[in-house]
Write a protein that binds this ligand. Sequence first.
Ligand SMILES: Cc1ncc(COP(=O)(O)O)c(C=O)c1O
Length: 363
Amino acid sequence: MAGGGIASGSHRWAEVDLGALKANVALLRGLLPAATRFIAVVKANGYGHGAREVARAALEAGAWGLAVVTLAEAAEVRDLLPPERVLVLGPLLPEDAPEAVAGRHLLGCSSVVVARALEAAAGERRVPIHAKLDTGMGRYGADPEEFAALLSLIRASNRLELAGTWTHLASSDSDPSYTAEQLERFLAATEGLPGLRHVANSGAVLRHPEAALDAVRVGIALYGCGDPRLEPVLRLRARVAHLKTAPAGSSIGYGRTWTAGRRTRVATVTIGYADGVQRGRANRGVVLVRGRRAPLVGAVSMDSITLDVTEVPGVELGDAATLLGQDGEERILAEEAAEWSGTISYEVLTSIGTRVERHYSRR
Ligand SMILES: Cc1ncc(COP(=O)(O)O)c(C=O)c1O
């Protein structure tokens, strides 16, 4: 059995290399001016890797702060750093205000109505707001008129404090001229304002050094995606749990989407769409078994996939199959798996399900 050191009871697991994550933080920080604060984005359970472990490693590697989306995510990392170094990107709803204020975190805010709710919930507290401008993402973020109103409200309030201003880029990894337009709009609207100004996500850190400003919010690059200099952090594995020889002409799986063109050795592996293998992977791409690339054949089931291992010598029950990461000389990147699924690396990583055990290593 080729199991890779994980207890034999494990059926599906992710090996998270925190040393690789720290190396990624170091590399990315090296691309930035020394004064730029590095905010590690650990929302969505640290992009599927485990928020607390990733957060701790990123902080050890020199991250200044963390960014999350929800108040529950902020609570999960609360004891790792001072509250004023955790940015809750939000969105917050007015009803979230009491809990948001009590957390003492930096609060992303895109609207006057939410700012008023925060002010009303403030009591004797000063509430640090990061006011968000929409410069062309078209999603959250205040439009220029609302942004001006939001700033006026904060200025006039003795409870709210403008601790930062920010915007989010729509296509930092693919459209330099649109990114430049967004940056220009942001700089014009925030010139001279107090607090941290931040714009850059991973794509901008890697491609637009001029967007670094006072802080950067880095997600996907931490986890090793988006540049060949970065190290993939997560290896996703499951077990060969059944082997059979399918005669030529027999079909495999739901919907009978694959038919054996020859006598085929088929391995059934203990991971499915409930664990994050997208159904779009049906009959697409490969999984590594014994260091060889074995095509995925048939549909993806909730709990299993099937592989053609005819060309892989010596496959045994219990062998580890690698869906992401290295096995021997072969490697599957999240970007590659994403292409097979018709999605992006972000979705591949954040879809990894809760029953996939996370195992951590440090170097
Ligand atoms: C507001 C905001 N900032 C930063 C990030 C990090 O982006 P990336 O993972 O591309 O670095 C995200 C992620 O989607 C985001 O929503």
